[in-house]
Design a protein. Structure first.
Length: 382
């Protein structure tokens, strides 16, 4: 009798974002393989059509965890309490995982520590698992308890995937040992690999700041402090903000406070439409994984201005395919923007160079590459 392998995907995130693209797109690549695929997610997570269609066609199964049993007060306190003091409820996934008994469990996490308890459970239950980490914050160093959990969780994993080399190296620094069972993977992107966009022909220069409105991570406040300077107010430049998030009101308040007239806050906009109308990307992030928007803008032949955090600099050649600010501080972002502004007539050429470079280090189908890696692990477990 044929031994069909079972794989279970789960994510620690409760809202949709770029961190969910890799594992969901990978499922698309795996449905025709000889394996049983199931998903277990928080019921708050809105899954995309390409996943729910597979469920309706009975190619995969989707299970959703019930709403938190913690009171509203406890959930609110958890947002401000240190990790080790947070109140937790029993993880409903554990019973399901034991009953499903997967040959491989895929633990997707927004940071590099969210899934440590599930890793421990999987190890104790003798279930093979892999991890995917999408961001690392150098300002969020683990305490001894969390560090020990991370150490064990990563040590017992079949493979630990990170979206940037810097994220991997910072995690190793946090743990104090080499993660030899680790690999850097690329996320899927929201534009065709072969896209060929014309450079915008406009009298006014337009730069796009794309990302969720979360100042803690994305640092839009840093950028606005730069744009508040009189020299930028006088320049022939409009900065377009695209995104959504909890800091949208703070964003608008700062624009009003600094009396910045040459910015536009847009509603949700398709990725391709963003790059049809902007000459380049502008990011002032405080920490990242490796932003999809960098890859997408470079594929669309747009130059980038980014801060030197996490994986931002791994795909950008300073002064050739973009401009790297030394740190997410107004003075450094201003310096990088000034360098870019001085060669603004060359932005089209820099963008063309950006595309030439990005396609050298990017697989055309990252999800297929990741699927092949998972299948290899599955096939190695007899």
């Amino acid at each position: 009798m044929k031994n069909t392998k079972k794989i279970l995907f789960t994510t620690e995130n409760v809202s949709w974002g770029g961190s969910e693209l890799l594992w969901t797109k990978t499922i698309l690549e795996m449905v025709n393989q000889d394996c049983i695929i199931s998903i277990y997610v928080n019921q708050k997570l809105h899954l995309p059509d390409w996943i729910t269609i597979l469920e309706s066609e009975k190619q995969i199964s989707i299970y959703r965890t019930p709403v938190s049993e913690l009171s509203k007060l406890k959930r609110t306190l958890n947002k401000i309490l240190p990790y080790k003091f947070r109140m937790i409820q029993k993880d409903k996934r554990e019973e399901f995982i034991l009953a499903f008994s997967p040959d491989l469990l895929v633990i997707n996490q927004g940071f590099n520590f969210n899934g440590v308890d599930l890793m421990a459970f999987a190890h104790q239950s003798r279930i093979n698992y892999v991890t995917i980490s999408h961001a690392v914050n150098e300002g969020m160093w683990p305490d001894l308890n969390l560090r020990n959990k991370m150490f064990e969780g990563y040590s017992y994993s079949q493979k630990n995937y990170f979206v940037s080399q810097d994220n991997l190296e910072v995690t190793e620094a946090q743990l104090g040992f080499r993660l030899l069972n680790s690999e850097v993977v690329r996320n899927p992107f929201n534009v065709p690999f072969s896209i060929d966009l014309m450079f915008p022909q406009q009298d006014i220069y337009h730069l796009a700041c794309v990302g969720r409105y979360n100042f803690y991570a994305k640092g839009q406040d840093v950028l606005l402090r730069v744009l508040a300077q009189e020299k930028w107010k006088q320049r022939n430049l409009i900065v377009n903000f695209y995104g959504e998030g909890n800091d949208i009101d703070n964003l608008k308040d700062l624009i009003q406070l600094y009396q910045i007239k040459k910015v536009i806050v847009h509603p949700h906009t398709k990725t391709v439409d963003i790059w049809k109308n902007n000459h380049g990307l502008l990011l002032s992030s405080r920490f990242e994984g490796l932003p999809l928007v960098i890859v997408e803008s470079m594929l669309c032949k747009r130059m980038v201005i980014v801060t030197n955090v996490s994986g931002n600099q791994e795909l950008v050649i300073d002064n050739e395919t973009g401009f790297i600010a030394a740190a997410p501080r107004p003075e450094y972002v201003d310096e990088a923007m000034d360098r870019a502004w001085q060669v603004r007539e060359n932005w089209q050429h820099i963008g063309e160079k950006a595309r030439q470079e990005i396609i050298k280090s990017l697989p055309e189908n990252p999800a297929l590459v990741f699927a092949d890696s998972l299948i290899a692990i599955l096939n190695s477990k007899n």
